[in-house]
Write a protein that binds this ligand. Structure first.
Ligand SMILES: Nc1ncnc2c1ncn2[C@@H]1O[C@H](COP(=O)(O)OP(=O)(O)OP(=O)(O)O)[C@@H](O)[C@H]1O
Length: 449
């Protein structure tokens, strides 16, 4: 790899990971070397290497490959003479784990993603119990295990935890963990190098196959085809399959029907959005962990409670906030109190406080259905306008604190009973019409992004 390739990958990452994340996590990374499919990168601290490996490895690998470097794996080294104004590394800044655990193909498993570090609460107890059961490695009872839930709620963590546990209990079992992106990428590589038979043979030889974020293969025809055959072969051979996605199989758009129905044939469990207690438990556990890397940093319980109240999006955001606090407190030599939180997390807190307005909902709905704002709020009762209007009213009712009369006023002065009818209609349609349910899900995500 040349520095130039890394520079281009960084530029592309700047567009995808968000400005704050880029500045904190990607910008300080340097290039070291490239050898035998492994791209070696330098990081200022071991802690940062671990964090980037867990959270950005896929994105980095993807961009390296897009920029012509056929990297399969990343390795991180702590650059002792880091060009940043960081204090000298503390004795606990160890190099990133020298020999991370791997699956059978050498894909590193995140050593932090174990059952021990997974905090269980009401929202995830079912998923955790199912994952534990599969990790016992006994008879295959539910196949596939399908885990789904919103972004950053612990799907990958649970999958890696299963892999760790299985490797410890039954080291002879061949466990393969691939993100759907990696699955697709390897498949395409196999086609290019005329090694599809090897690829198939490798897939069919596994005892436990895990595919993360399967929604990414939707709409990619030949990858779906390959996935379908692998799936069938492994299920008939009674090999365990574990799949994750950001939504239930039936709700994944552009996923072939036959795959949807296969995915629905095992046990489906969802990870619900976190509640306050779970968030606090996670923060306490992570604070303890980070405390080992930064023994000089003290964090108070009221800070953890504050964060658990204020940041409810996903665990990754919560974790990012805590990481930033520890790193910042370590750099400036201050304790983590509420004052430091306000200083250091202004953007994250503002982001979590962001309220959606009715105008924004109308704009996003118009974009989605390709309508003009005047048609959405105007008097016409044509179906093509009325349904999106009801969708927008439904979102206004469920995503804002506005009353029915207020919403009615924003929709061309309609009566509150009209709004009520619209909300009821969409609630009913959601149960029977998957298009409406998909539309709502997508619109909600856009508005929350
Ligand atoms: N219950 C939990 N206990 C401890 N850590 C958690 C828990 N849930 C999530 N995390 C942490 O949150 C981060 C994000 O989790 P993970 O990557 O597993 O999410 P995901 O559901 O796979 O997200 P995505 O949809 O983006 O793939 C990880 O660092 C993980 O360790």
């Amino acid at each position: 790899m040349t520095k130039q390739t890394w520079g281009m990958a960084q530029e592309a990452l700047a567009q995808t990971v968000g400005q704050n994340n880029y500045k904190t996590w990607i910008e300080p990374i340097g290039f070291a070397s490239f050898d035998d499919g492994v791209a070696a990168l330098t990081v200022p601290t071991a802690f940062m290497g671990n964090y980037v490996q867990s959270n950005y490895a896929d994105a980095i690998l993807y961009q390296l490959n897009m920029n012509g470097l056929q990297a399969d794996r990343l390795s991180f080294q702590v650059s002792r003479g880091a060009p940043r104004a960081t204090p000298a590394p503390t004795p606990t800044d160890r190099p990133v784990a020298a020999a991370p655990k791997m699956d059978m193909q050498g894909n590193p498993l995140n050593s932090q993603f174990t059952f021990d570090t997974f905090v269980v609460g009401k929202p995830n107890e079912l998923a955790h119990a199912a994952a534990r059961r599969v990790a016992e490695g006994g008879d295959v009872t539910f196949n596939p295990l399908f885990l789904y839930g919103g972004v950053g709620l612990g799907k990958t963590h649970l999958m890696h935890a299963i892999a760790h546990e299985l490797q410890a209990r039954q080291p002879e079992k061949r466990v393969l963990y691939l993100s759907a992106d990696q699955f697709m990428y390897r498949f395409i590589q196999a086609i290019r190098s005329r090694k599809t038979m090897d690829f198939k043979a490798m897939l069919h030889s596994v005892d436990i196959l895990m595919i993360d974020d399967v929604q990414f293969i939707a709409g990619k025809d030949s990858t779906q085809e390959e996935f379908f055959h692998t799936f069938n072969a492994l299920i008939s051979a009674n090999k365990q399959i574990i799949i994750s996605a950001d939504r239930a199989p039936g709700e994944i758009k552009d996923l072939e029907e036959r795959i949807k129905s296969r995915l629905q044939s095992g046990l489906i469990v969802d990870l619900h959005p976190t509640n306050f207690e779970l968030r606090l438990g996670i923060l306490q556990s992570k604070a303890e962990m980070y405390g080992a890397s930064y023994p000089d940093v003290k964090i108070n319980d009221d800070v953890l409670e504050f964060l658990a109240h204020r940041i409810s999006k996903n665990v990754r955001v919560l974790e990012g906030a805590l990481t930033r606090l520890f790193a910042f407190a370590h750099l400036v030599g201050r304790p983590v109190d509420l004052e430091l939180v306000q200083e250091c997390l202004t953007d994250t807190l503002r982001e979590s406080d962001r309220k959606v307005s009715i105008e924004e909902i109308q704009r996003v709905v118009c974009d989605h259905y390709n309508l003009r704002q005047s048609d959405l709020v105007g008097p016409k009762r044509l179906r093509a306008f009325a349904r999106p209007r009801q969708v927008a009213m439904f979102l206004a009712k469920t995503m804002t604190q506005r009353s029915l009369p207020e919403i009615g006023r924003k929709f061309g002065g309609r009566d509150h009973t009209t709004v009520m009818h619209g909300v009821k209609k969409i609630t009913e349609l959601c149960q029977i019409d998957s298009h409406i349910a998909d539309d709502l899900e997508m619109l909600r995500r856009t508005l929350e992004a």
